[in-house]
Design a protein around this ligand. Sequence first.
Ligand code: 1D1
Length: 648
Amino acid sequence: MEPAAFCSQPLAGPALRVRAPDRDSDTGAGAGEPQRGRLGADRLLDPTRLIRDPQSGRTYYRGRLLGKGGFARCYEVTDTCNGQVYAVKVIPQSRVAKPHQREKILQEIDLHRSLHHRHIVRFSHHFEDEGSIYIFLEYCSRKSLAHIWKARHTLLEPEVRYYLRQVIAGLRYLHQRGVLHRDLKLGNFFITENMELKLGDFGLAARLEPQDQRKKTICGTPNYLAPEVLLRQGHSPKSDVWSLGCVMYTLLCGNPPFEMADLKETYRCIKQVRYTLPANLSASARHLLDAILRPVPQDRPSLEEILQHEFFTKGYTPSQLPPCSCITVPDLTPPPNPVQSFFTKVTKSLFGCKHKSKIAPQEQDNLSRLVSDLMLSSICPQSNSKEPKQAQEEADGPPSLTETAPEERLPRSLPIMGSSCEGSEECLTAAALMESTLCALRNCLAFMPPAVQNPAPLASPEHLLWVSKWVDYSNKYGFGYQLSSRQVAVLFNDGIHMALSSNRKILHYNTTNTKHFSFPVEVVPQQLLGRLGVLRYFASYMDQNLMKGGDLPSLDEADGPAPLLLQWFKSDQALFLLLSDGTVQVNFYTDHTKVILSGWEPLLITYVAQDRRARTYKASDLQRLGCRPELRYRLGYVLRLLRQRSGT
Ligand code: 1D1
C-alpha cells in the first residue's frame, strides 16, 4: 500500500518511490476528481494541447478528457489568461461535415446560449477552428447525479427532494420559455463544487410545437421515454414530467422503473405502465410516483402541482447537502433537533473539550457502549428508518487497512468540511475564511511598491501553526497531515476528519457537519477502530519517511482542539491547504518553498525559502515596503489560487 504522493522533503532511502504530484493523464477515467487550473509549465510547453480562438486570439489549455458524448469529446480546459476552467465539448469538423449534422450542433448552441438560469448549465462561449468546434460550458466538478447514484445506489428522501427541486426549477424555466428538454436523466444533471444541480445537455431539446405539428420521432434514453413518445404521439411538457418521475423512482429505489434485461420488454412495460413500488417507500413518495407515472399525459401533475404534493410540502428538504453525500449516506438531521443536540452536549460534558478528565477503568466499558450508541444515533439518524442498507453501511464504519479492489475504492472527491466546532467564532465556513484572506492579500499586493529586498522579518512570531508533513492517499483513504504542534490527522475522502493529539492519547473525531467528539484512545468506539488504524498508518508513514518541511519551531499542543484541515487541493505548481483557524498554506512542489498566511489582525505572511529558513512578515509591512520578486511571485500565485477557489 503506497500513498499517491507525499510531501515535505522525503528522507533519502531506497524504500521511497517519488511520484510527480501532477499525474499527467489524458483520460479522466478512474483518475478521480479534477485538480482545477492545472496549468503546469511542462504542459504549457506542449503546443498540441493549446487551443486558440482564431477570432479573439485567446488561448486555452486542453487538460484531461472528461468523457465522450454524441459527436464530442469533452475536456477540462483552462483559459491561460486567467485560469478559468471550463468543461468543453470538442466536436471535430469531420463529424459534422454534412449540413444537417452541422445544423444540429448550431441549433444546440443557439438554444443553450439563450438560457440563463441558476439551475441550467451556464453556456460561456463557443468558437471553431479548422479542426473542431469548441463549446465552453460551466465546469461542474462533482460530475453528475449519475455518478452520485452509482456510488450510492439509493438516496434518502430529503436528498431526492433537494435535487428534484432544482431540476424542477430549471425545467420550469425551460417550459416557460417553450423549450422541452426531452432527455432528462441522471447523467444530464450536473453537480457543481458547492453541490448545486445544473440541468445540461440540450442536444435533444426542442421548441414546444402545437400538438398537430409535433415531431413524432423517438429521442431520448430508452428507460425514461414516456409511453406517448414510444407510441409516436409526440413529446409534450408532460413527457418531461414522466422522465422526472423515472428519475425520482431511480434515486429512491436504486433502479429505473422499467428496467428489463431486454429492451423490447422494457418498451412493453413502458407502454403498459407496468412497474412495482418497493414496500419501503414512504406513502407520499409512492403516491407521487403513482401520480406521475400515468399513461395519459394530461393525467400527470404539472411541475407546480408536483411541488405542491405532500412529498415536497411535508418532508424536510435540506438547504445544502454536504459533499460527502456524493459517496456516503449523509447525516441530514433537520435542524433544530433537540435530541441530537442533547446527545452532543452529553458527549461534550462527559469528555469535555480539553480532555483533562480521568475516566475510572470500571466506567470505561459503559462509556464505550454509551459512546457507541451516541455515535450511531448521531451519525446514522436514519438507522431506524427505511434505509437499512445505507445506515448499516455507515454503521459498519471505516475502510479497513486491507487492500481493496480498484472498483471498490471510494471515488476521490475534494473534501470540504464546512466547519467543525459548533457555534464558535472559528466556525466560519471555508469560503468565508478564504474570502477574508483573499481580500487582505489582494490589498497587500495591489498597493505593494517594487522592491529588491524583503522588509525585516518579525523577531519572534508567536504561535504559528502550520502543516509540517503531508501524505496524499486520497485515491484510497484521504489526506494525512501533521501539524507543527505534532498532532496527526486524516481528512478522509468522505469528509470525516480524525486527529490524534501530539501525545497520541486523545482521538478527535469530526463528522462533516458541526460535530466534534473526543475519546481517550483506549475507549474509542468499535466503529472508529478501522479509521483509527488508517490514521495510525498515516502517522507512522510520516514519522518514518518524511522530515518536516522547514525550520519553523514546533509548538507543544495547546489546550483545546487543534484546527482542522478544511480544504486541500493540488494545483499545477503547489499544494493548497486551508485550516479551520483561517491559516492558508501553499507548498510549492519543485523548490519546497512555502507561503503561510495566518492571523487576522495583523495578517502574517511566513515564507519558507529554498534554504528551508522561515521568515514571518506583517502583511502591512510587505504592502508598505515591497518584497523580493520571488516572494511577490509566490504571493501572486497564492492570490490566484484563492480567487480560483472562491470564484471571484
Ligand atoms: O455538459 C456538460 N457539462 C456541463 C459538464 C460539466 N462538468 C458535459 C459536457 C461538457 N459534461 C460531461 C463531460 C463528459 C460527459 C458529460 C460535463 N462534465 C463536467 C465535469 C467536470 C469534472 C468532471 N466532469
